[in-house]
Design a protein around this ligand. Structure first.
Ligand code: 13P
Length: 253
């Protein structure tokens, strides 16, 4: 069973207001007429609102790159789910490896973000993935299972239709080293089976699992042809309209 593809661009810490508006407008142009797939952009918080205006009527979804679990309060440096919704966002990336590694966000904190997003009606794009050391030590499945079980703790079956998963092997992010389609498919299938065990087959069949890590125009087609890869979370190549446009227009091979 194939799910509706989702191509997502994570702009990370790039773009001023002007850059963001140009990029969003160009991307909106390049995906007009694409009815069989979803496109989502995750720009920095500072440009969410302007990008939302640029994307109006484009059908492209908007996401934040992180989100707090509280509606408001003394949480310096955080953005609440209500603020993301107010700016035009419908989703938030949570648990990105850059948050885990550089900012030491752990499974418990990430779980609060996942549940917080859901509580306010935002879709979490919940990221997991092993480091190179973990892969080489044969711990990929153990690490991914731990991250998923902890990140989804307390998430009830009824909320799972709003959850998007992303498998991003840390060693493939920004390195130009993509996981091979077989390596990616193997972990995606493992994740889907884990969702069967934690929830039920129906939920596992529906949930979208994106692959992220050096996704480029020249590897997207093969990745998207894999049974359990339902989309991509794209970093570097999402900042270039030609590359991202090509990725959006993937053709399974
Ligand atoms: P790159 O596509 O630049 O490897 O980044 C992937 C990523 O981290 C997306 O969230």
């Amino acid at each position: 069973m194939k799910r509706r593809p989702l191509l997502a661009g994570n702009w990370k810490m790039h773009t001023t207001v002007l850059d963001a508006c140009h990029l969003a407008a160009d991307i909106a142009k390049s995906c007009s007429g694409l009815g069989d797939r979803d496109v989502l952009l995750a720009p920095p918080f500072t440009v969410l609102n302007q990008v939302a205006h640029m994307l109006a009527e484009s059908g492209i979804y908007l996401a934040a790159q992180n989100v707090c679990w509280e509606a408001q309060g003394a949480f310096t440096g955080e953005i609440s789910p209500l603020m993301v919704l107010d700016a035009g966002g419908v989703a938030a990336i949570v648990g990105h490896s850059e948050r885990r590694q550089i900012f030491h966000e752990d499974d418990v904190l990430i779980n609060k973000r996942v549940r917080g997003a859901l509580a306010f009606g935002l879709m979490p794009i919940f990221c997991v993935g092993e480091t190179l050391d973990e892969r080489e030590a044969g711990e990929t499945f153990t690490v991914v299972e731990r991250q998923i079980r902890a990140g989804l703790a307390g998430v009830v079956p009824g909320d799972m239709e709003h959850v998007i998963l992303a498998y991003e092997p840390v060693w493939a992010i920004g390195t130009g080293k993509t996981a091979s389609k077989e390596q990616a498919q193997e972990v995606h299938a493992f994740i889907r089976n884990l969702i069967v065990k934690m929830y039920e087959k129906n939920i596992a069949d529906q949930i979208r699992i994106l692959y992220g890590g050096s996704v480029k125009p020249d590897n997207i087609d093969a990745l998207m042809a894999q049974e359990d890869i339902d989309g991509a979370l794209v970093g570097g190549a999402a900042l270039d309209v030609e590359s991202f446009g090509r990725i959006i227009h993937f053709q399974e091979i």
